[in-house]
Design a protein around this ligand. Structure first.
Ligand code: ASP
Length: 584
């Protein structure tokens, strides 16, 4: 090794030892004849001092610049009384350099490595290797490693084995577009990169593996929005001979232990609450939501009906939330809130502010009987100082807008404590969603999710009413995992293909191997796939998943450092039997 100790290692008890350190110059300071540098490696910082009496070392030290890579031999000594740095793990000591060697010089970097200043993300991604030297990224990557090592150990102890599955495969749909890879050996044919290892893990169950996991890369060619990445990582898992509760309980136990081991976040509810999909939509307007605070959506249609106020009477439904301590909003603030609701998809937003003596000031009071207003306030349990926000629309549209406003108001009221993780489960999803454009059923999870056993007969009569054996894990307004008990019977799988309008020949071509496998003794099985990026993001308190990925793509799905995607050489295209369309 080019070093005897790391830069985070030396303590007072090392005093008088001669050590060799190697790392990057984090900062250099000249102080009345002495030169100091903070030497940095992944493990910490150590102060190095050069004395002019040691001419050679002093000379090299004077020429050092930030980010030079150096090796330093020197003697550890206690820092002079009063100059210790309690904020630094090595702050009790410094190393007096006797030899200093530059291993590699460095150009001035495009941004400072040694301070947490706000750097434009494009620049950070272009020079990601420099960004990774900064404290924030280093901490996040260490955390990510701790997350995956914890998972590997926990699951191995429970009899799971990690199995790698191919990246070059066949379409494994999860509702996105496939990334295709042209085959040179088979002209005109393509591999598809797996959107998840879904089929493969099910085939591992047919293969008798019983307990499988993989820290798996998934590829989905989706329009890039928010915190999506074209490739991302899931903890992919599958178990045989299990029911829904078995998978959910395993995840609940593992996540609880994980969060408590790798972070200081608090888990709000134990055990985790469970909501049916219908309940989730009713209370939160969405199937991903935040239960760190209340402010649930309430249906007030029974009160508003027949008031003579057209906006209420003409709507399918009127729903409301009650924002505490917001009754004092000014007219301007209220107008802004109405505009904001419109950007969230509302046709309009009505408000009622509850004052003293149950006096109510509202945007619709003139058109709404006073008695009904009193009942509304009472039914909503609104108190003095509360602001009632109402949306009149279809049930789902009203829920969706209020679900978003609920989060907005909670942010304004500081009700979303970043140190708290509020996990909950959503179950009893409909197996299918109606695709109005294509006039057919779409699977609400994926093609392989089993209906609840008691709902199987509904596939013949009312498929829209059948519930899937699906479970989603939700935390702090994010979907953290989705999974299900699978179909393991060929006939049932064929029935689902038929309901979603997959022609028999296409089903055979794409999934014939699955159907065939189901005829050779397939155990009942189920699994789940928590997103590793999102979990790490929440644990790190970061605003998006790019912050916890070493080399992420930009929001335009590009690698800004290497410049990918890029054009292929014409001979490569020829070998792949590909001709680009005119104008490309
Ligand atoms: N393959 C599913 C997904 O990626 C997860 C699962 O059903 O296990 O969402």
């Amino acid at each position: 090794m080019l070093k005897t100790h790391t830069c985070g290692e030396l303590r007072a008890e090392h005093a008088a030892q001669t050590v060799t350190l190697a790392g990057w110059v984090n900062r250099r300071r000249d102080h009345g004849g002495l030169i100091f540098i903070d030497l940095r490696d992944r493990f910490g910082l150590t102060q190095i001092v050069a004395n002019p009496q040691n001419e050679a070392a002093y000379k090299v030290m004077s020429d050092l610049r930030s980010e030079f890579v150096v090796q330093i031999v020197g003697k550890v000594r206690a820092r002079p009384a009063g100059s210790e740095n309690p904020n630094l793990e090595t702050g009790a000591v410094e190393v007096e350099a006797t030899e200093v060697k530059v291993l590699n010089a460095a150009k001035p970097t495009p941004f400072y490595i040694n301070e947490e200043s706000n750097v434009d993300e494009t620049l950070r991604l272009k020079y990601r290797y420099l960004d990774l030297r900064r404290e924030r990224m280093k901490k996040n990557l260490v955390l990510r490693h701790n997350v995956t090592s914890f998972i590997r150990k926990y699951l191995s102890d429970k009899g799971f084995i990690e199995v790698e599955t191919p990246i070059l495969f066949k379409t494994t749909p999860e509702g996105a577009r496939d990334y295709l890879v042209p085959s040179r050996v088979h002209p005109g044919k393509f591999y598809a990169l797996p959107q998840s290892p879904q089929q493969l893990k099910q085939l591992l169950m047919v293969g008798g593996i019983e307990r499988y996991f993989q820290i798996a890369r998934c590829f989905r060619d989706e329009d890039q929005r928010g915190d999506r990445q074209p490739e991302f990582t899931q903890l992919d898992m599958e178990m045989s001979f299990v029911q829904r509760d078995d998978v959910m309980n395993l995840i609940e136990g593992m996540f609880t232990a994980l969060v408590e081991s790798v972070s200081d976040k608090k888990i709000l509810h134990k055990p985790w609450p469970r909501f049916t999909y219908a309940e989730a939509l009713e209370k939160y307007g969405d199937d991903k939501f935040d239960i760190r605070f209340g402010m649930e959506i309430q249906n007030v249609t029974p009160v508003t009906q027949g008031s003579g106020f057209r906006v209420f009477d003409d709507a399918e439904c009127v729903k409301a939330i009650v924002a505490p301590n917001c009754a004092s909003y000014s007219r301007k603030q209220l107008d802004e809130l109405v505009e904001l609701a419109k950007t969230m998809g509302a046709k309009g937003l009505l408000w009622a502010a509850v004052g003293g003596n149950t006096e109510v000031k509202s945007s619709f009071g003139k058109n709404f009987p006073e008695e009904k207003m009193k009942t509304l306030v009472r039914n909503l349990n609104a108190k003095e100082g509360d602001l009632i926000l109402l949306v009149a629309d279809s049930s789902s549209a009203a829920g969706s807008v209020l679900g978003k406003l609920r989060v907005e108001m909670a942010d304004r009221l500081n009700l979303r404590d970043p140190n708290v993780m509020a996990f909950c489960w959503v179950i009893d999803f409909p197996l299918f969603m109606w695709n109005e454009e294509e006039k057919r059923w779409d699977p609400s999870h994926h093609l392989f999710t089993s209906p609840l056993p008691e709902d199987i007969p509904l596939l013949e009569t009312e498929p829209g009413k059948a519930r899937g054996a699906q479970y989603d894990l939700v935390c702090n307004n994010y979907e953290m995992a989705g999974g299900s008990i699978r179909i393991h019977d060929r006939k049932l799988q064929e029935k689902v293909f038929q309901l979603i309008g997959l022609p028999w020949e296409v089903a055979q071509e794409r999934f014939g191997h699955m159907l065939e496998a189901f005829e050779y003794g397939t155990p009942p099985h189920g699994g789940i796939a928590p997103g590793i990026d999102r979990l790490t993001m929440l644990l790190a308190g970061e605003p998006n998943i790019r912050e916890v990925i070493a080399f992420p793509k930009s929001q335009q799905a590009a690698d800004l450092m290497a410049g990918a995607p890029s054009e292929a050489e014409s001979h490569q295209l020829k070998e792949l039997h590909i001709k680009l369309a005119d104008g490309v």
